[in-house]
Design a protein around this ligand. Structure first.
Ligand SMILES: Cc1cc2nc3c(=O)[nH]c(=O)nc-3n(C[C@H](O)[C@H](O)[C@H](O)COP(=O)(O)O)c2cc1C
Length: 166
């Protein structure tokens, strides 16, 4: 079984437990790296050609605008192929109840038929929201497993949750 851990994550300014902080590594990236240690597999970071702003408020405006117009932000690169992967862990932050639009771009780029998708998200209170439903819509012929939601401020302490879920 070959495993891919594809994730979207934004460092820079973000709310952590009610306070604005400058993060060097985004919460979802912290979790993705832990997951790789636990479950193995290859990491792939989903990145936009035009990243959102470093400042939290500007980022919120830009991301909201992309979500409103159902945008598909262009990505900098993709894995050459997903043919060899049986299991794809998909990680992302919760942005208003679903995934950042760049993750929609990623999911639409490949045919996930017959793949197992295991979604995990980090959030500040909304859990997985509608993200799993949206993944199922975008990848109708994939087997989408139960998702895992990790509170952003617990990202660095998520080992046990990951062990249980994976
Ligand atoms: C643009 C934006 C929208 C967000 N919307 C939500 C939301 O609707 N619900 C929620 O629980 N958290 C929301 N958050 C918080 C993030 O999901 C949370 O901080 C996450 O851990 C960030 O992951 P990252 O550091 O990997 O990007 C939002 C954050 C941003 C920047």
């Amino acid at each position: 079984m070959k495993t891919l851990i594809a994730f979207y994550s934004r460092a820079d300014e973000n709310y952590m437990a009610g306070r604005l902080e400058m993060l060097k590594v985004g919460n979802t990236e912290v979790v993705a790296e832990k997951l790789q240690k636990i479950a193995g597999g290859e990491l792939f970071k989903i990145e936009q050609v035009m990243p959102y702003s470093k400042g939290y408020n500007d980022c919120v405006e830009e991301a909201k605008n992309d979500q409103r117009r159902n945008a598909r932000p262009e990505l900098t690169h993709y894995p050459d192929s997903i043919d060899d992967y049986d299991v794809i862990y998909l990680g992302y932050p919760n942005y208003w109840g679903t995934m950042p639009m760049a993750v929609f771009t990623f999911l639409e780029h490949f045919d996930f038929s017959g793949k197992i998708i295991k979604p995990f998200c980090t959030h500040e209170g909304s859990g997985l929201g509608n993200s799993v439903r949206d993944i199922k819509k975008l990848c109708p012929n994939a087997e989408v497993k139960k998702g895992l939601a990790i509170h952003g401020s617990n990202a660095s302490r998520s080992d046990e949750q990951l062990e249980e879920w994976r």
